[in-house]
Ligand binder design. Sequence first.
Ligand code: PSU
Ligand code: MN
Length: 301
Amino acid sequence: MTYAPILSPEVAEAKAEGRPMVALESTIITHGMPYPQNLETARRVEDEVRAAGATPATIAVIGGQLHAGLTDEQLEALAQAQGVAKLSRADLAACMASGGTGATTVAATMIGAHLAGIKVFATGGIGGVHKGAEDSFDISADLRELSETPVTVVAAGAKAILDLPKTLEVLETYGVPVIAYGQDAFPAFWSAVSDLPAPLRMDSASEIAAAHKMRAQLGLPGGQLIANPIPAEAEIAQSVMGPIIAQATGEATAQGITGKQVTPFLLQRIFELTEGRSLDANIALVLNNARLAAAIARELG
Ligand code: PSU
Ligand code: MN
């Protein structure tokens, strides 16, 4: 029998009444932002989803159970916990079977959302193909998940810590629709535009919802990546981020950082090197993605 996640009272009620729901990830809380901004942001993102007419469902594993929707106490405990596991597709079942606790990446959050019957998920940025992947083979499991699990993921593109052209190539190979919202360029997380065109463009939540439904009708597995640019007033120019990213990436290589540690290491170093500006931008874009995800969830009905 298929596993049913534990729903928070708020999510259980929304589900029973057929109201729109938006999944949220937890690795951004435990590995993507420092305490206490991670907790504040998690609460603000949930409130943003509610204000936009949908119910937020933060996904995480607590004591071996997969949860969709956390109470405020659970959110607070996760935000303060040390050494929480970072769970992607490969780690999820092992963590749960051993009664562990862990935060879900984009890939594992998509799995949790799908099991809970949630079709839309808002995050900051997805994992992708890392720079130097031709040697390291470091390609996030998020990309393959988008080709397998039918959830529409709203992100601000992918971080410039990644190799964006290779990330788009892999997504194309996997048959994942990459849809820029309201512009032609693929956004680059802290910056609203990259110098790469997005493969697809849509200008309304209803178009995105219609495409999600059409994929299901065609029997195509997998989801869609909605690349929603950071609001102009919050962006950091690529010319500013470029050298900082190069420095952080160089340090990661020099210190022999590999595997699951790469993304958290880079995020932390970039936070330090930008004196917190990267975090302010990150918070602004997640809130923006939460609003668009709620609008898509409402259109999906
Ligand atoms: N990008 C961000 N913030 C994050 C992450 C990515 O801007 O916190 C997290 C997400 O949970 C994503 C994961 O799924 O990092 C990707 O990790 P990896 O590259 O190890 O697959
Ligand atoms: Mn990786």
